[in-house]
Design a protein around this ligand. Structure first.
Ligand SMILES: *Cc1c(COP(=O)(O)O)cnc(C)c1O
Length: 389
């Protein structure tokens, strides 16, 4: 019996870097010392104070049963407290906060909650691949908003054709931005909210890196903008802030009717994050100003300096990221990003991700994740310098 993939799966590009990953594993198996800047997954462990709370919570039988729909009330309250302290925004934890099994889960389910098959969804190019995949799963039609260095990697709303803007029901944004490391100023969010209002579309803002800022200024939340809660939902994650990618915990905040629709999708597909993990998440947000968290930012800042200086000396075009743990690098003349990614892997056993994995309009870029310690970064740079460019 033949099984053929349904169109919605077959139409997705192979998850990014399949080729690169195959080569990486082959190089490892052959005994080479591979330096991996590929994965966007923190190398540092979860802070001890969060782990301690999980260890206690896991023994509480209340968590051995299904958690409450929408998340533990205490977790939602803590998320609301975080919003008040950080962003000066007062959220109703019951209506304006929804617990998620990691923010990818919420982003991935969102189009099922708000998009009718055939409707338009505005997606940045480049972007985290989940927005597009989730749109296609819901039968939506992606429209690529091209980002570029000239526009500080912010979409130009004026450049969206009027009929597309009129037909669109959902727009994804992501600042601080993966893969470019760009940060959006508050004035940009004001324009985005105004655009969403004018065209009556849902604005989904992915804020997974809001606490991974490398400068002195904290990135704003879209919900700080007057009236944003009528149009926007913002997705937060513990993964990058607290080195908790494996734990699967996040939340969405903002527009209540959209959160209710998303909760309805989720009620039919998952039953929420393990209660003990939510309890640990409460501890994490309560400790967000602890020195451990600031130390992680400092670590990424130092790594970024070493990597950017090194790449620049070889002919890459790079600016230090303002936030996130990615260095987004324009490749040396005469190459495209895919060629550079292959060259680095084949000739130096250094893994990075070609820009094409994030969108069609950024073929001359590669992304390096700063999840490698400084000594190894120096080793990687030394290897790259020896290559013939
Ligand atoms: C890592 C990442 C996420 C976080 O996903 P989780 O499911 O919370 O681990 C979301 N958005 C972007 C852009 C990311 O890079």
């Amino acid at each position: 019996m033949a099984f053929s993939l349904p169109q919605r799966l077959a139409s997705l590009p192979p998850y990014l870097f399949i080729d690169i990953d195959r080569k990486r594993r082959a190089a490892l198996a052959a005994g080479h010392d591979v330096i991996n800047f590929g994965v966007g997954d923190p190398d540092q462990p979860t802070p001890g104070f969060v782990i301690d709370r999980l260890q206690r919570a896991v023994r509480d039988p209340v968590h051995h049963r299904y958690p409450p729909d929408g998340g533990l009330p205490e977790f939602r309250q803590q998320a609301a407290d975080f919003f008040r302290r950080r962003h000066g925004v007062d959220l109703d934890p019951e209506r304006e906060v929804l617990g998620l099994v990691g923010s990818k889960e919420g982003l991935g389910h969102l189009p099922l909650a708000v998009v009718e098959p055939g409707q338009r969804v505005l997606i940045p190019d480049p972007a985290y691949p989940v927005y597009r995949a989730a749109t296609l799963f819901a039968g939506g039609l992606p429209y690529a908003m091209q980002l570029s260095a000239e526009n500080d990697w912010l979409p130009q709303f004026d450049a969206i054709p009027a009929e597309v803007a009129r037909a669109a029901v959902l727009m994804f944004l992501n600042y601080p931005n993966n893969p470019t490391g760009a940060v959006a100023p508050r004035t940009f969010f004001e324009r985005a909210v105004e655009f969403a209002r004018r065209h009556d579309l849902v604005l989904a803002h992915d804020a997974a890196y809001s606490e991974v800022y490398l400068g002195s200024e904290r990135p704003p939340s879209v919900l700080e903008v007057e009236g944003a809660r009528d149009v926007a939902v913002e997705f937060h994650s513990l993964s990058k802030t607290f080195n908790m990618t494996g734990w699967r915990l996040g939340f969405a905040a903002g527009r209540p009717d959209v959160l209710a629709a998303l909760a309805k999708v989720k009620a039919n597909l998952d039953s929420g994050a393990f209660g003990a993990i939510q309890e640990a998440g409460i501890e994490a947000y309560a400790g967000i100003d602890r020195p451990e968290i600031a130390a992680t930012r400092k670590l990424y800042r130092q790594r970024a300096e070493v990597l950017c200086a090194g790449l620049r000396s070889i002919g890459f075009r790079v600016d230090p990221p303002k936030a996130t743990f990615y260095v987004w690098a324009g490749v040396p003349p005469g190459y495209d990003g895919m060629q550079v990614a292959n060259k680095l892997l084949d000739e130096a056993f250094v893994v990075c991700i070609p820009g094409i994995g994030f969108g069609e309009g950024v073929a001359n870029y590669v992304r390096f994740a700063l999840t490698v310690d400084t000594d190894r970064i120096a080793t990687a740079i030394a290897r790259l310098r020896k290559l013939h460019w």
